[in-house]
Write a protein that binds this ligand. Structure first.
Ligand code: NAD
Length: 240
């Protein structure tokens, strides 16, 4: 089950898991955009009833649940004074509380799996000090801490919990951000240049990392946050 699985990183994760023989359900606001072989399921992670319906529908249809990729997320721009309360609530509701809702509904099923794994989508925003991303960074800092807490709480049950922390990934989301910039080409070049590899991360590169963490290939790994960021974290790059 991949939330936000109909676009960008979620769609790439769905494809990478499907390549490994996993039956994938993309839970999304736009389930019709899910790409086969992923199965689209309508779900709004901000609505507990919607989440429970979607998880029940997945388990009813396929009989089991082994993997949850908590990936649905939205962005926000501005410094700490740049967003009003309703925007704070909206972003935290999707990016953080959404993970709790989905995981809460999934846990009874994961406990029955011999190879249960949860992968959360974090971000370099959790630690990089990105300018003009105060609210978004706070939400991903919460995802970082939540990943470690979840890993601790469920390790004895055999449920592994890890996260990927992408840098700037060439997804429809980033495309929309670039389109709204005064000079999209210059902005794209600037985003690429701040990553040591000198280019944007491709969604498929994050999808592969998610698939690794979600499957027994990573059976000794829990409580890890894996940067997929063109070297930003490892080489300690701070954006100007
Ligand atoms: P995207 O906009 O391309 O895809 C996000 C998907 O989530 C969409 O299909 C959307 O319909 C779905 N979604 C949004 N709100 C939802 C909700 N309430 N319920 C269910 N589904 C919902 O974005 P993306 O770039 O692929 O980002 C995916 C995740 O990766 C997010 O958590 C984001 O914070 C994280 N991330 C992205 C980047 C990047 O540079 N693109 C970097 C680091 C982390």
């Amino acid at each position: 089950m991949v939330t936000g699985g109909a676009s960008g990183i979620g769609a790439a994760a769905a494809a990478a898991l499907a390549e490994r023989g996993v039956v994938v359900c993309a839970l999304d606001l736009n389930p019709e955009a899910a790409v086969a072989p992923a199965h689209g399921f309508a779900c709004d992670v901000t609505d507990d009833t919607s989440v429970q319906h979607a998880v029940n529908a997945v388990v009813t249809r396929f009989g089991r649940l082994d993997i949850v990729v908590n990936n649905a997320g939205i962005g926000a721009q501005g410094d700490i004074a740049g967003n009003k309360d309703d925007e704070w609530h909206r972003v935290l509701d999707v990016n953080v509380v959404g993970m709790a809702r989905v995981t809460r509904a999934a846990l009874p099923h994961l406990r029955k799996s011999p190879s249960a794994a949860i992968v959360n989508t974090c971000s370099i925003a959790a630690w990089a000090g990105l300018p003009q991303r105060a609210l978004y960074s706070a939400s991903k800092g919460a995802v970082y801490a939540l990943t470690l807490a979840m890993a601790a709480d469920h390790v004895a049950e055999g449920i592994r919990v890890n996260a990927v922390a992408p840098g700037t990934v060439d997804t429809p989301w980033v495309g929309r951000l670039l389109d709204s910039a005064p000079d999209p080409a210059a902005e794209r070049a600037a985003l690429a240049a701040r990553q040591p590899t000198g280019r944007l991360v491709q969604p498929e590169e994050v999808g592969e990392a998610v698939a690794y963490l979600a499957t027994p290939a990573s059976s000794a790994t829990t409580g890890s946050i894996l940067p997929v960021d063109g070297g930003m974290y490892g080489l300690r790059v701070r954006p100007a």
